[in-house]
Design a protein around this ligand. Structure first.
Ligand code: ASP
Length: 439
């Protein structure tokens, strides 16, 4: 850049004020504005011959369509990158122990999520549109078929049809294969695998760029979706959003005490001391809403505060920030129930089973960045046959409106889950520096 370019006043387009203000604030303002206007204007208020609801509905639908557009490419890239980042050299005792620990805690998190979701029953009584109640497929397949269907006979057909579980399974296989090829002794294989890795890495960066653009539209989409909800459902929708938020935070608290503190007690660590030491990463995750962004703080805490050796946290924490998302799985369970309740959709036992499996796998594909879990929610809904259109899109939009608040809590739990895992592995491997826990 020449000196004169550098000194030239920066050109400010007419929308500069929009792009330069904080996205989070814009979404919050859109949420409030859409809700308030939706409540104030009488139901079915018109402008000319058309109702405000029908004018604004396409603006909300556009947002949901853009999110759906990037859903499959994001999952494919994030999953392949996520699974291939597990170095096979670490897949010894520590690796296997870590992955089993992650799988078990994730399963517990999903169970807690669904149990509390059933207790709180968020979204019940909202009755967005009872007539559209059964939008999902009537003939749910048997459990054995659901499990079998996870393995695609033709992965490309699964991608074209947007069949989520088979896509996830295929990408996990490809990711693990890629991890092994990258560390192959054969130079040719290692080089080509690095190229493939670089391709997916580049693709996932491109997808994140696209997501950022889509999110610039989010305030308009959220405004439209909120207006439609509140104009149809009235003030009662506020209490539904409040219930879903409270349900999520109660569940996250249950997770801390029923899983993390219990694990600490089982390995002889004082839970109160653990909670005190883990405060810094928890708080950082809460404000940044990013597991990846919190990683340096998480590592420092593991090292300096908890006495976990680098050989363990250096593997467990980065893998955890990529594949272990306990808070996100809880969120997926609660929000799926919220949407199903709000739209009057009865979930069957098979649906619950599918939610459990998909949430576990979706957690692996959730990137540790703000808002990634909301995209996965789309995936869970599609996997149980709930098509995200019409009233379902409206209920999904309600969740998007408050996603930042939900993301803070779930990211905090994602990070805490990673710390507990590294503590567990270090302690059971006899490598924890006990002096850090003495007083
Ligand atoms: N923000 C979360 C994280 O970074 C992911 C999510 O959106 O659920 O862990």
């Amino acid at each position: 850049m020449s000196q004169s370019d550098a000194n030239a006043p920066k050109k400010r387009g007419i929308f500069a004020w929009y792009f330069e203000s904080s996205l989070l604030w814009r979404i919050m303002i859109a949420l409030v504005l859409g809700s308030v206007l939706g409540i104030i204007l009488p139901q079915n208020a018109t402008v000319g011959d058309t109702t405000w609801v029908s004018i604004l509905t396409p603006f909300g639908d556009l947002f949901v369509r853009m999110l759906k557009m990037i859903m499959v490419p994001v999952i494919v890239c994030s999953l392949i990158i996520g699974t291939s980042s597990i170095d096979p050299a670490h897949l010894g005792k520590v690796g296997v122990k870590t992955i089993i620990f992650y799988a078990i805690t994730t399963l517990f998190a999903i169970a807690i999520g669904l149990a509390c979701g059933l207790i709180f029953s968020p979204g019940s009584g909202l009755e967005l549109d009872a007539a559209k109640a059964v939008e999902k497929s009537a003939n749910a397949p048997a459990m054995s078929q659901i499990l079998l269907n996870i393995i695609p006979t033709n992965p490309f057909e699964a991608i074209v049809k947007g069949e989520i579980l088979p896509i996830i399974a295929f990408c996990i296989f490809v990711g693990i294969g890629l991890a092994y090829c990258k560390s192959s002794d054969d130079e040719r294989i290692a080089r080509s695998a690095e190229t493939v890795y670089a391709f997916f890495d580049g693709m996932s960066e491109i997808m994140f760029k696209v997501i950022r653009w889509v999110m610039q539209y989010a305030p308009i989409g959220v405004f439209a979706l909120m207006f439609v909800v509140f104009n149809k459902a009235g003030i009662g929708a506020i209490s539904s959003l409040l219930t879903v938020t409270i349900a999520l935070y109660v569940e996250l608290a249950v997770q801390v005490f029923a899983i993390y503190c219990v694990v600490c007690m089982l390995i002889g660590i004082n839970p109160a001391k653990f909670l005190k030491k883990v405060r810094a990463p928890m708080l950082t995750a809460f404000v940044t809403r990013s597991s990846n962004g919190t990683l340096p703080i998480t590592m420092r805490t593991a090292d300096e505060e908890m006495g976990i050796p680098k050989s363990i946290y250096g593997f467990v924490l980065p893998v955890g920030a990529t594949v272990n998302m306990n808070g996100t799985t809880v969120y997926l369970g609660v929000c799926t129930l919220f949407i199903a309740n709000a739209c009057g959709i009865d979930l069957t036992a098979q649906n619950y089973f599918t939610i459990i499996i998909t949430s576990m796998l979706a957690a692996i594909g959730t990137a540790g960045v703000p808002g990634a879990g909301a995209l996965m929610l789309l995936l869970i809904l599609e996997s149980v046959g709930i098509s995200v259109t019409g009233t379902v899109a409206v209920a999904y939009g309600m969740i998007l409106g408050i996603d930042a608040i939900l993301d803070m809590g779930r990211t905090s739990m994602n990070v805490t889950g990673d710390v507990v895992a590294s503590l567990y592995v270090a302690k059971t491997e006899g490598k924890l520096d006990a002096s850090k826990w003495e007083n």
